[in-house]
Write a protein that binds this ligand. Structure first.
Ligand code: PLP
Length: 462
């Protein structure tokens, strides 16, 4: 691409793309500089139109688990496009790749999976989950049992209901969210939430007690489901405290509340297990997957419906008629072909096991390098998910003045060194989620670049 072409792409973009999560005025005025035009990728690296190369320490948006440039997937997409680019799945139509994928997902998903409903994004799949909860309880003759509880700092998407489930106010502000009937309970983050001296187990019990009180306050007959990520993602990359899922599930069972496991980040190996639910002993009724399902090569998500919910739906069908929910692109054959090719790679290269073993190295290296730094409050993570949280005072856990934008500055300093590590949107947190094909030496490089970026910002603060 010539310099002129590069310029005109940037100009076209600036004048016509409404970018998500971008300060519109700073972008429009050029204060943020030109957009980064990403032109290619291979393995864990991407490069841009200016010829810069970066290690993608965040796998896009925690999705490119198999790495960039996998020709097996490109070929599977092309094969399906040549053969049959599209057919729908309404009224009992299907395609070969879709049936194969669904059989596979039902065999591998956590809980007691029965059927798979397809969407295009994590957000729309969670929207479907909400409708399934409402449908299920209507069919059971429990029309009041509709409220859905999620957690503060949980992230479940940006559409109307999934955006309401998301538990961070800046995703709601000026957008008339959250919708009534979507409630939030305390975040399972021991570092910030625990009382002095409170153990993880005791903290988990307290969070479960709070959930129980919320259910009792609202009336158990009005609460349909609890939705959560096995490991809290965008809200901080926070693995659950010890005992959390045991305690929470005991409460849900007591009040006949469904569990929706949002596996959009954790699913397909990210935590070092096939699913976060498996790792933490969760037994979900509904499971949401996206991202890793196709490694981001094409859009595809799924709401996996467990027996408990599906059996009621089938049982009621003579009475209520067809299941009236679906999208033109539900179960798109090209996406299904891509997902099968991606899952073949995940299985063949044992990427879950790899994420576990390389993940141990990663977590160790992160702790070695960061835990003692003066501005680091907590280093945490599991598998190939990691976070370093910065604080102004380690003793008192005083946060930095948000105006200092410490997380964003460290992320920028890392980027200047050729590493993409994400400044998480909530707090001064540097997040890591490299492709699962990352090697040990690449992990060392990632941690080293992030460390040097952090030191640079520390020097600036001194
Ligand atoms: N759920 C979780 C746990 C996520 O991390 C995300 C996206 O980051 C979503 C849902 C929403 O997915 P999408 O951005 O594909 O709508």
């Amino acid at each position: 691409m010539s310099m002129n072409e590069t310029k005109s792409i940037a100009e076209m973009d600036r004048s016509s793309v409404l970018h998500p999560f971008t300060q519109l005025k700073e972008f429009a005025s050029g204060k943020m500089g030109d957009p980064t035009i990403v032109t290619g990728g291979k393995g864990i690296r991407i490069h841009d139109a200016r010829g810069h190369s970066y290690i993608d320490g965040f796998a896009g948006l925690y999705c490119v688990n198999i790495g960039y440039g996998r020709t097996e997937v490109a070929e599977a997409i092309a094969r399906q496009a040549y053969k049959l680019a599209y057919y729908h799945t309404y009224a009992a139509h299907t395609t070969e790749e879709l049936a194969i994928l669904s059989d596979r997902l039902v065999r591998m998903a956590p809980g007691k999976p029965s059927k798979v409903f397809y969407g295009l994004s994590g957000s729309d799949a969670n929207e479907t989950q909400a409708k399934l909860v409402w449908y299920y309880n209507n069919l059971r003759g429990l029309p009041k049992k509709k409220k859905i509880i999620s957690r503060e700092c949980g992230y479940h998407g940006c559409s109307v209901i999934s955006g309401s489930m998301t538990g961070m106010s800046f995703y709601h502000d000026h957008m008339d969210l959250p919708f009534p009937g979507i409630l939030h309970t305390g975040t399972p983050h021991h570092y910030w939430g625990a009382e002095p001296g409170e153990t993880e187990e005791a903290f988990s019990r307290r969070r479960a007690d709070e959930l129980e009180k919320l259910i009792l306050r609202e009336g158990p007959e009005t609460v349909g489901a609890f939705i959560a990520e096995p490991v809290l993602g965008t809200g901080g990359i926070t693995p659950p405290p010890a005992g959390y899922w045991r305690e929470i599930q005991a409460v849900l069972r007591r009040y006949d509340v469904l569990l929706i496991a949002d596996e959009v980040i954790c699913g397909f190996g990210r935590t070092g297990a096939d699913f976060g639910s498996t790792l933490y002993g969760m037994d979900p009724d509904l499971v949401t997957v996206a991202k890793g399902l196709t490694s981001g090569y094409v859009p595809l998500s799924a709401a996996i419906v467990g027996e408990r919910v599906y059996d009621v739906m089938e049982e009621a069908a003579d009475r209520v008629g067809a299941f009236s929910h679906g999208y033109t692109y539900s179960g798109h054959p090209i996406a299904a072909a891509a997902a099968n090719a991606v899952l073949d790679i995940v299985e063949k290269e044992k990427l879950s096991e790899r994420a576990r073993s390389i993940g141990l190295h990663f977590q160790r290296r992160l702790k070695e390098r960061f835990a003692q730094l003066e501005i680091v409050g907590e280093v945490r993570g599991v598998g190939l998910l990691g976070a370093v949280e910065f604080v102004a005072d380690r003793q008192t856990k005083r946060r930095f003045d948000p105006q200092l934008k410490i997380g964003a500055r460290v992320s920028k300093a890392a980027r200047d060194r050729g590493l993409i590590a994400r400044a998480m949107p909530h707090g001064d947190i540097l997040g890591f989620a490299p492709p699962l094909v990352v090697s040990e030496s690449e992990i060392d490089e990632i941690v080293d670049l992030a460390y040097r970026a952090t030191k640079q910002v520390m020097d600036e603060l001194a």
